[in-house]
Structures are given as C-alpha cells and as structure tokens.
Design a protein around this ligand. Structure first.
Ligand SMILES: Nc1nc2c(c(=O)[nH]1)N[C@H]1C(S)=C(S)[C@@H](COP(=O)(O)OP(=O)(O)OC[C@H]3O[C@@H](n4cnc5c(N)ncnc54)[C@H](O)[C@@H]3O)O[C@H]1N2
Ligand code: MOO
Length: 408
C-alpha cells in the first residue's frame, strides 16, 4: 500500500501521542528575578515577609487618633500638637498620645498610637508645632496594615506558573531574589525547499522568500524556547541529512516543507535515513494534514507542512503543548474559550478545521471568520486573534452557532 493511503490520525489521538512522548520536564535552574520573565516556575513561592512590612500611610497628611478629631469641621477645627515629620523610609520613634499628630508622607510607617491618617487637604497649618484638623475621620482611614497584602508564608506563585510582569512585581514585592525555573528547551528550525530564498536576496523566477524560518523562530521564542535557525536546505536528501546529523543535541527539531506526497517531498525519507523513528505521519486536521512526528534519542522531531499557515496551525495545535509540557507548565497549549459565529461559512467536510478569525464585541463573545481560509494565503494570519474549531463532519457554520475558540 503506498504510504499516502495510510489512515489519518484524529486530532485528539495525535495530540495525546505528542504529549505522551514527553515523559519528564526539562531540568530546573535557578535564575535572578530579572532573568525570570516568561520562564516557568518549578517550585511554588511563598512570601518570607509581611507585605506591607509595617502599617503604611496611603496619603500625605497627618497621623492622628480618630477619637481626637471626631466632629472636627472647617468651622470648628481641632488643634493638635505636631510631634514629628515622617518621610517614607523612616520610622517615628515616638508613641502618639491623645492631642498629638505626626506629619506623615505617602508610604511612610504610621506611628504607634495613631489609628488614622487625615489627608493634607483636610488640615490647615497653625504655627510651627500645631495643625488644625478640619474634618473627622474613621478609624483605619488611609492605612494599609502590616500583612494586609501578604502574610509570611502566603503562596504568591504556584509551580507551573509562567512569570508575567505582574508576577515579577509580586515576587519582588515580597523580596524574592531568585526563582527555580525550567531550562529553556533547545529548539532547532530547518526550512526545506529549493524554491526558498532568504529575505534580502533578490527573488529569481519561481522562487519565494522563506517565511517559516522566521515564523517558527518567533513562535518558538514566544513559547519560551532557546531557538536556533539552523538553515534552509534544498529538496535534496543528502543535504538535509548532513544538516540533521550536525544537530543532534536539540530538545526539539522543527522542519518545514516537503512532508507531503510529492516527488520532491524528501523530508519523510531523509528523517528515516537520519535515524528518526516515526511516531506518526498525517493528521485529520485542516490546515496541517501532512504533519510528521518522530524522535531521535531524546530529540522530538516535528515535520510541519510547507505552507506557513499550515505550519503555524500545527505549531499551535501540537508543538506548543509539547513545549509547555517540557517546561512543566500547569496548562498546555493555547487558551480556549467559547464564542458565537458572526458570519456563515461553508466547507468540505472531512478534517477537523481550525479557522482564522477575529473577536467581535457584543452581548455575547462573537467571532468573525475570515472568508480567506486557504492555507497558501498567509496575509490574513497577522490579523487573526483566534482559531475557530469546526468538527470533521460539519459542512458549514451558521451565524449564531456556538463554537470553541483558541486564543492566539
Ligand atoms: N497530491 C497531494 N498534494 C498535496 C497534499 C496531498 O495530500 N496530496 N497535501 C497538501 C497539503 S494539505 C499541504 S499542507 C501541502 C504541504 O506540503 P509539503 O509539506 O510537502 O510542503 P511543500 O510542498 O514543500 O510546500 C507547500 C507550499 O508551501 C511553500 N513553502 C514551503 N516552505 C516554505 C517556507 N519556508 N516559507 C514560505 N513558504 C514555504 C511552498 O513553496 C509551497 O507553496 O501539500 C499539499 N499537497
Ligand atoms: O493540510 Mo494543508 O495544510 O490543508 O493545507
């Protein structure tokens, strides 16, 4: 039976097979906080301190005892003795007694004995050692108490979380100097195709620019990889074999082009020659049917179709979850959600379809599916915000249909 008559794997089986090939996460390493953005935490982090570490004023004004100023008005101010001026970063050594106030700045430690802060606008100077308070104040006003944000031992991040800018801030907030994160997966990218030309070189007739090296490079960097563009090779098995044999230490190798059934589709055969064990070839998804997945030693090998749209789709559906699992992330693959279709479309049934679309605001989350869905047309990809999943059997989606979406 010719190779191309073999049955196509369904989407779920192919994804499970890819994920099953990852049996353990990459080793962990410790990095300084400033190097941890986008990395995946391997150990949970607890705060070692109370945050804030002291009772903190949230306004410039005066720290007071609220009972002292009850009933104070513009027309009937309460005079208090000013015992100190407390800038942020300094602590007042005195205990505030009844009839006293301390000038305090935003972020400074509220002195013992005070239970509220009156903002500057509600006070009036009254000589060098007195202030007039022009309004009453509730107890606890403008104070964040010690530990109200975080207590010692509070969990600030779970193992498997990706460090976002906010998380970076939170980790700094509780004084964490470094974190344990997964080593970045080493990913090598190879584009195959005798028609490919590097940007910057004039195009000869019949040739095109190499999109996939750059597209996949970007996708892999964004996914947290340590990525190397290994080059572009012509559709010549020996040239590809030589390149493959020069790069044996990657965690993941991603090839694109030449995985279909054409006479020049040399990837499949060359991977075999290079000692890559085939795990599966061809999946019932559109775009991205000719996907190859295999392994050589500890290297996982993806052969993606040449069409950049098909390559990107396979990256999102299969490569990204594998990278996430290798990184020890708590969730694998694109985030999903649900939406309502805004425009009807018809298709040929057969494969699970992933349609590029944009989100539309409305009473319900809507999606507008791009009319241009051919995998040979790349332009609209940059405007896509989501992929819309449509079942193998569906011949159309109608306006108002509920669909599963994948956020890009
Ligand atoms: N007789 C059949 N022909 C095809 C089948 C099939 O089942 N039977 N499958 C089609 C499907 S589906 C896809 S997808 C493509 C994928 O084919 P290949 O992976 O072999 O890719 P190529 O033929 O090498 O290239 C396809 C297309 O993409 C362009 N390309 C390739 N590499 C790049 C790159 N790095 N940057 C930009 N563009 C690239 C290439 O020039 C072709 O136009 O096969 C169908 N054919
Ligand atoms: O699977 Mo291909 O990617 O349909 O165009």
């Amino acid at each position: 039976m010719p190779a191309f008559d073999r049955r196509l794997l369904d989407y779920e089986t192919a994804l499970d097979t890819c994920l099953s090939a990852v049996t353990e996460s990459l080793p962990a390493e410790t990095v300084g906080l400033e190097k941890s953005l986008g990395r995946v935490l391997r150990r949970s982090v607890e705060s070692a301190i109370s945050v804030p570490p002291f009772d903190k004023s949230t306004m410039d004004g005066y720290a007071v005892k609220s009972a002292d100023v009850a009933g104070a008005l513009d027309t009937a101010p309460v005079a208090l003795e000013v015992i100190d001026e407390i800038p942020a970063g300094r602590v007042c050594g005195k205990i505030l007694r009844s009839g006293q106030a301390a000038r305090i700045m935003t972020g400074a430690a509220v002195p013992q004995g005070a239970d509220a802060v009156i903002k500057l606008e509600n006070t009036a100077p009254a000589g060098s050692e007195q202030v007039h308070i022009l309004s009453g104040v509730e107890e606890n006003n403008y104070i964040i108490y010690k530990g109200q944000d975080l207590l010692p031992g509070s969990r600030v991040a779970e193992a498997g979380a990706t460090v976002t800018p906010s998380l970076l801030g939170l980790l700094a907030n509780c004084g964490t100097p470094n974190v344990s994160v997964s080593r970045k997966p080493a990913i090598g990218i190879i584009s195959t195709g005798s028609e490919l030309t590097a940007p910057g070189t004039p195009l000869a007739e019949g040739r095109i620019y190499d999109v996939n090296s750059y597209l996949l490079y970007g996708l892999c960097i964004e996914a947290g990889g340590d990525v190397a563009m290994l080059g572009t090779v012509e559709d010549k098995s020996d040239a590809l074999l030589a390149l493959l044999n020069r790069h044996t230490d990657a965690d993941i190798l991603i090839l694109s082009g030449g995985v279909s059934v054409g006479d020049y589709d040399i990837v499949h055969e060359t991977l075999q020659r290079a000692g890559v064990e085939e795990i599966f070839w061809r999946v019932k998804v559109k775009p991205g049917k000719p996907l190859f997945f295999g392994r050589r030693g500890s290297t996982l090998v993806f052969g993606l179709p040449g069409n950049p749209i098909s390559s990107a789709n396979n990256f999102y559906l299969f490569v990204l979850p594998v990278i996430h699992k290798l990184l020890g992330r708590s969730a694998w693959g694109l985030k999903t959600g649900h939406a309502t279709v805004c425009n009807s479309m018809i298709f040929r049934p057969g494969r699970r379809k992933f349609l590029r679309a944009q989100l539309r605001q409305g009473p319900e989350q809507g999606v507008w599916i791009f009319p241009e869905q051919r995998s040979g047309v790349f332009g609209p990809m940059v405007d896509a915000e989501v992929l819309v999943e449509v079942s193998e059997a569906a011949k159309m989606v109608r306006e108002g249909d509920p669909v599963k979406i994948y956020y890009l």
